[in-house]
Write a protein that binds this ligand. Structure first.
Ligand code: SF4
Length: 370
């Protein structure tokens, strides 16, 4: 099983919290990007070893900022260079502002069957503060339009722990989002990333981080509200209706191979090799042959650490049977205090976070790593 990720590095404007690689370059760059992407697909078509891709994820950046003809060109390139399995999950990330009837008409000619909508908040003051392009009405209209066009597999992204966001505001956002009965919800607490405008505002004292107790209360409410809406909490920050988990993101958490195309995209061969394309659109379009990239071969210790970090995020937990005897003994020894304190549990030969452990998941992961 393999997945393909395509990074579309364009945004119309920058949101103040975002450190994903994207540029606000104009349309001329978009066509050069698509040509280079075609070249990269052709040169790396052998990397999935002839296996069918079970997932295709077009992320960014803002893929919905690509004109429909360029999107169609990308899907044509995928078709010519790779084979998608029957029933493959094909996701595209969209900004609510870009979801228009005309754009959806174009999407009908593609294999897209899952839409991830960057809503982030349904509070207009917060959306303006974050420099999002849409307002709450725009986000709700986009979901409504997608649903009226028959898209069942819709995912919404939300952020909590935002400056100026009260618990009541978060409750209101969540209630509204859950009432939309979408298949999937990804919800992250706000991170202050180096190099972002938000981080500069934090450093200069213009904003302050949300109180830890408030963030925890928001997360707790998220877990309860999602459960009441029938959603399954299958990864620390991800919830879904039964059977509607993101198959693409789940493959990252289960060390399955994926091929990342486009500037800044990461790839993994499912064994030891990681590769990442340089986050530089100009270098990407100017590369005559091989796309500028770096790679690393993971050591046994690094492989073990990644296994712990990713598996412990999931509801299945760390499958102890997949570890060597030595690693298993180490892992269980490190986990012992947390098993005793009730922050972890061992069930069906798997080590999992409990509800109290999930609040301190970063600490628990690092305790189990070597
Ligand atoms: S959050 Fe999305 S739309 Fe905003 S700058 Fe980042 S990639 Fe672009």
């Amino acid at each position: 099983m393999g997945g393909i990720y395509i990074h579309v590095p364009f945004c119309l404007s920058r949101c103040i919290y975002c450190d994903f690689y994207s540029t606000t370059f104009d349309v001329e760059w978009k066509s050069q990007y698509v040509s280079s992407l075609m070249r990269e697909m052709a040169s790396r078509r052998g990397e999935l070893s002839g296996a069918c891709a079970h997932t295709l994820y077009i992320g960014g950046g803002t893929p919905s900022q690509l004109p429909p003809e360029m999107l169609l060109q990308i899907f044509q390139g995928v078709k010519e260079n790779f084979s998608l399995a029957d029933g493959a999950e094909v996701t595209i990330e969209v900004n609510p502002d870009d979801v228009t009837p005309a754009w959806l008409d174009a999407l009908q000619d593609t294999p897209v069957n899952r839409i991830s909508v960057g809503v982030q908040s349904l509070n207009d003051d917060i959306l303006r503060f974050l420099h999002r392009r849409h307002d709450a009405r725009g986000a709700l209209d986009a979901i409504d339009l997608l649903q009226s066009r028959g898209y069942q597999n819709i995912s919404i992204d939300l952020i909590y722990g935002l400056p100026g966001q009260s618990f009541e505001m978060w409750q209101k956002d969540l209630r509204q989002v859950l009432s939309l009965q979408v298949a999937h919800l990804s919800s992250y607490s706000l991170q202050y990333e180096e190099g972002t405008r938000l981080m500069s505002m934090l450093k200069s004292g213009q904003v302050c981080e949300a109180d830890e107790e408030l963030s925890l209360a928001m997360y707790e409410y998220l877990m309860d509200a999602a459960a009441s809406a029938g959603m399954h909490h299958y990864e620390i920050s991800n919830f879904c209706q039964p059977g509607m988990h993101s198959r693409h993101n789940s493959s990252y958490w289960h060390q399955l191979p994926y091929l990342g195309l486009g500037p800044g995209a990461h790839s993994y061969d499912g064994k030891r090799l990681r590769r990442w394309n340089s986050s530089d659109l100009k270098a990407y379009v100017q590369a005559a042959q091989d796309v500028p990239h770096e790679e690393e071969t993971l050591s046994d210790d690094e492989l073990y650490d990644e296994f712990i970090m990713t598996r412990l995020r999931t509801c299945e937990g760390v499958p102890l049977g997949e570890l060597s005897q030595v690693r298993r003994d180490y892992c269980l020894r490190m986990a012992q205090p947390h098993l005793e304190s009730g922050k972890m549990e061992q069930k069906d030969n798997c080590l999992r976070l409990t509800r109290s452990g999930i609040f301190v998941s970063d600490d628990l992961m690092s305790d189990l790593m070597c």
